[in-house]
Design a protein around this ligand. Structure first.
Ligand code: ZN
Length: 286
């Protein structure tokens, strides 16, 4: 589940390795991966990479000739750089950009996807069309490196913080893993309503967004190298730690299970000792 820190470190590593690299060929073996047809993918051949960047949780790869690739990993995609080309039977390949580089004769930037779903996608766009692309046009302000100065107007809705902070139209970059870490760091209940935040709580939340995402990226700076591992070592303290002691106060971390994810929190520090109803259990008991 790549979120802002995972996409940021990947973009940094790829940018350092690929600036100026010339595309020899571009292929989209996934059935549904390429969502645009004009310009065709072959338009990338012979062009070089200007930069690999990030907008929210998406990659933006800029090419000479005013073209950009927008890459959305969805829940199980990875963008990886190999010095060996994918075999024809590699079922994980969604997009292959082969690099013409005499020093790395088989270099290939690969969008791979794990699991059975084909959800990751790519759009090849004229550079000036990227800001009008709906996903980009509707992104909220970036959560990092500078979270918005005043979070209160941004979060002014009668929706739980756990939902609001993951809404990319409200603030860009945070997902299911890092939201748990951020709310725990700020000592805020995941179910507190956005429009219920005091000034101090909004400040604590802003601080938590900055320190948690900074910390994750600093950690990745030390441990992540190309080709970019299939599984990134997320330095999590609370998320997916249900049943373990809270690293700050020792209380048992609790979880609420949803259909396809789990939310974790420290009841002693975040919900005034209250254990929230586990929806999975209550549904089973109905
Ligand atoms: Zn605690």
């Amino acid at each position: 589940m790549p979120e802002l820190p995972e996409v940021e470190i990947t973009a940094r590593r790829l940018d350092a390795a690929l600036r100026g690299a010339i595309i020899e060929s571009a292929l989209a073996p996934g059935i549904n991966a390429l969502k645009t047809f004009d310009p065709p993918l072959s338009a990338l051949e012979g062009r070089s990479i200007i930069s690999v960047g990030r907008r929210g949780k998406q990659f933006v790869i800029a090419f000479t000739g005013d073209l950009v690739l927008l890459v959305h990993l969805m829940s199980a995609g990875r963008l990886q750089l190999y010095d060996k080309r994918a075999g024809p039977r590699d079922r994980t390949s969604r997009l292959l950009l082969r690099i013409a580089d005499p020093d790395h004769p088989a270099r290939e930037l690969r969008l791979r996807e794990f699991g059975t779903k084909q959800a990751a996608w790519v759009k090849l766009l004229p550079a000036d069309a990227i800001d009008e692309e709906e996903l980009i046009a509707t992104l909220g302000p970036e959560a990092w490196p500078q979270p918005p100065e005043d979070l209160k107007p941004l979060l002014k809705a009668a929706r739980p913080l756990h939902t609001l902070l993951r809404d990319q139209r409200v603030i860009a970059g945070i997902g299911r893993s890092w939201v748990d870490e951020i709310l725990w760091t700020a000592r805020l209940s995941p179910f507190k309503r956005g429009n219920d935040l005091s000034d101090d709580e909004a400040l604590a939340l802003r601080e938590a967004i900055a320190t948690v995402l900074d910390g994750a990226i600093e950690h990745y700076e030390k441990v992540i190298v190309l080709p970019i591992p299939d599984k990134l070592p997320l330095p999590l303290l609370v998320h997916r730690k249900a049943g373990e002691p809270c690293p700050r106060c020792g209380a048992t971390i609790e979880a609420v299970h949803y259909e396809d994810y789990v939310m974790c929190y420290c009841p002693a520090e975040q919900t005034a000792g209250k254990v929230l109803k586990d929806r999975r259990l209550s549904r089973l008991l109905k």
